[in-house]
Design a binder for this molecule. Structure first.
Ligand SMILES: Cc1cc2nc3c(=O)[nH]c(=O)nc-3n(C[C@H](O)[C@H](O)[C@H](O)COP(=O)(O)OP(=O)(O)OC[C@H]3O[C@@H](n4cnc5c(N)ncnc54)[C@H](O)[C@@H]3O)c2cc1C
Length: 424
């Protein structure tokens, strides 16, 4: 049975709010006194919040975005190593992990990868395909973030940046949001606060706490698309192999991923490790085939008459450093013709089923996304509105929807933001 976790959001008392020193502070950027009632308030000016704001403002809705950052979309600015892998052309429901796997279908069908390409083109930005289907912004990630923010402003959306969100209340007429500088009321409230991964870019768990405070179920967050840390007994090996990258097939938790694997000083990273971290749970065994696609056993047996040393023979397939470090020196130096059957089997096992069970991951600090989040069974897949909380919408990474590595998470941010924008 799946566990459901409810976070308790500490709602400040009226007295605490009344005594908050907001009025003593200098008016921040974007502040205008006597703020009117808003059609839509979006908490979080990241990827999904901006997309929602843009399309809702274009529908003529009065939109205000609230964020604690000094600029909008800080994660977008660092995404894809600064190049922003903004979509994947093959994105479909199977690329997402969620307790409710069909949830993403509707939003993806209405705003898919080619819509993201068209949006970038409209913003004056181009794209480049790196690996098949994986699209990056030609002008870089910061340019995309800036262009999106400007497009929102051009459409009439207002930004309240550098705000600390203190309280959210449901009222008879909609919602009330208290920040350290403002009190906002609105008909429709959109939670677009992302997940707690990569706090250096402004990520927090506030979205989950607010959602729980408003009565929604939240599945516990866990770091995903994150490097692995191997146990102490394998740390020496990691240090010796740090920086080596090779194609590998990783296997854990019934999932197999074949992609580039990078050895780090602490463990494993690179696309293969990051992808598998989406499924791996603490304590589960993991194995790596460092020669995927090669029948090493048959290949070595065929070369059995050769006087070539094992390590030199293997150098045709894997970096010499890897074989040199993973195999005992006496065996690596042996000519193939002198290897016993048992030795040959051990070499095959060592290189194609290399045991690399992680001790842990590098955690939220280095996770590209947080899996878990608001339970999508309580959200309409058509509108992104909470079923039991009219006027409350949840979008982006805050939902229990986590994409694979390769542009799927930003695509989900665009798709869910666009879907909500039609109904706020
Ligand atoms: C290093 C890195 C690289 C990545 N690269 C890619 C990539 O190339 N392709 C891809 O598809 N995905 C990538 N991702 C994932 C992707 O960036 C996220 O999935 C996506 O940004 C989620 O969008 P969102 O709108 O839900 O949340 P976010 O974009 O995280 O936006 C949330 C917003 O809420 C604000 N906020 C949070 N807490 C508070 C608070 N307490 N008070 C006020 N405001 C708050 C934040 O400042 C932020 O602006 C990457 C992530 C990281 C960390």
């Amino acid at each position: 049975m799946r566990r459901t976790f409810l976070f308790r959001y500490q709602i400040p008392s009226t007295k605490e709010i009344a005594e908050a020193p907001a009025l003593d502070r200098p008016a921040p950027f974007g502040y205008s006194p006597g703020m009117p009632h808003h059609d839509v308030v979006i908490l979080g000016a990241g990827a999904s919040g901006l997309c929602c704001a843009l399309f809702a403002a274009r529908r003529g809705r009065g939109v205000t975005l609230v964020d604690h950052g000094p600029v909008a979309a800080r994660k977008v600015r660092i995404s894809g190593g600064g190049r922003c892998n903004f979509t994947h052309l093959d994105a479909c429901a199977e690329d997402y992990s969620s307790a409710n796997p069909a949830f993403v279908r509707s939003a993806l069908a209405r705003f898919g990868p080619w819509d993201a390409v068209a949006l970038l083109a409209e913003l004056g930005l181009g794209h480049e395909e790196k690996n098949p289907g994986q699209l990056f912004c030609s002008q870089g990630a910061p340019a995309l973030a800036r262009a999106l923010e400007q497009a929102c402003r051009n459409a009439g959306a207002e930004f309240l940046l550098r705000r600390s969100i203190e309280q959210v209340q449901r009222t008879d007429a909609g919602y009330r949001v208290h920040t350290d500088h403002d009190e906002l009321t609105c008909d429709h409230l959109v939670l677009a606060l992302g997940g707690p991964s990569w706090p250096d870019a402004g990520a927090t768990d506030l979205g989950m706490r607010l959602a729980a405070g408003l009565g929604l179920s939240v599945l516990p967050p866990r770091p995903a698309l994150v490097p692995f840390v191997l146990p102490p007994e394998q740390q020496k090996l990691c240090r010796e192999l740090a920086g080596v990258s090779l194609r590998a097939r990783l296997q854990a938790a019934g999932h197999v991923v074949e992609d580039d694997l990078l050895f780090t000083h602490k463990g494993l990273s690179g696309p293969a490790a990051l992808q598998l971290s989406l499924y791996w749970q603490r304590g589960q065994a993991m194995h790596a085939d460092l020669l995927p696609g090669l029948n090493l056993s048959a290949e070595l047996r065929e070369a059995r008459q050769s006087k070539t040393r094992l390590k030199n023979h293997l150098a045709h397939h894997i970096p010499a450093r890897v074989a040199g470090i993973l195999l005992p020196p006496a065996r690596a130096e042996k000519p193939l013709c002198e290897l016993s059957n048992a030795e040959l089997d051990r070499v095959v096992a060592q290189l194609t089923a290399f045991p690399c069970t992680p001790q842990r991951t590098e955690g939220m600090l280095k996770a590209e996304v947080a899996a878990g989040g608001v339970d999508t069974r309580e959200i309409s897949s058509k509108t992104m509105q909470a079923r039991n909380c009219p006027g409350l919408f949840v979008i982006g990474e805050l939902l229990d929807v986590t994409g694979r590595l390769g542009g799927y998470n930003l695509q989900w941010a665009w798709s869910s933001g666009h879907a909500a924008a039609q109904y706020v």
